[in-house]
Write a protein of this length. Structure first.
Length: 161
């Protein structure tokens, strides 16, 4: 059980740190106290896990027409939803939420790269090829759901830029 709890707590801490940094960058984002920051980070994670996929499906046509840029609007709406639900977390308007969501996503990604995990992120090699390494390759049989653990050697997928 603790194996599943550690990544969750790390992700929660990364989201909270990203929210805190963003609140210092944008004057329109404020937290009255530390508990509102922590609750906002938790609720933002739940909103991104539950509400955001539903919004993506419902807005798929406009997302395809805008070549995915509408996803930035959905991210801003998730932030506004959390600020509406959490007392002590305020956002001055849509555009503040829009640009703050870009900063939060960027910070979360950058901080997440340095966190321990099973997957090594994409890294460039000296030849300009991006390499993705999976440390625990497995095969799942679709018929019965059995999992076969393959050779413990890392699997490397190369992609050209």
């Amino acid at each position: 059980m603790l194996d599943n709890l550690t990544p969750f707590l790390l992700h929660w801490a990364i989201t909270a740190l990203s929210l805190w940094v963003t609140s210092h960058i944008f004057k329109g984002i404020r937290f009255t106290d530390m508990p509102s920051l922590i609750i906002s980070a938790l609720l933002l994670g739940f909103a991104n896990a539950i509400v955001k996929p539903l919004l993506i499906i419902l807005t798929l046509p406009i997302t395809l027409i805008t070549l995915g840029f509408f996803l930035l609007v959905i991210n801003a709406l998730m932030l506004l939803l959390v600020s509406y639900l959490v007392r002590g977390f305020t956002i001055s308007g849509f555009w503040t939420a829009f640009f703050a969501s870009i900063v939060i996503a960027s910070l979360s990604f950058l901080l997440g790269v340095f966190m321990p995990g099973d997957e090594v992120p994409l890294r460039p090699t000296e030849k300009g090829i991006w390499v993705e390494v999976s440390l625990h390759p497995t095969a799942v049989f679709p018929g019965d759901g059995r999992v076969l653990h393959l050779d413990p050697e890392p699997v490397i997928n190369e992609r050209l830029l």
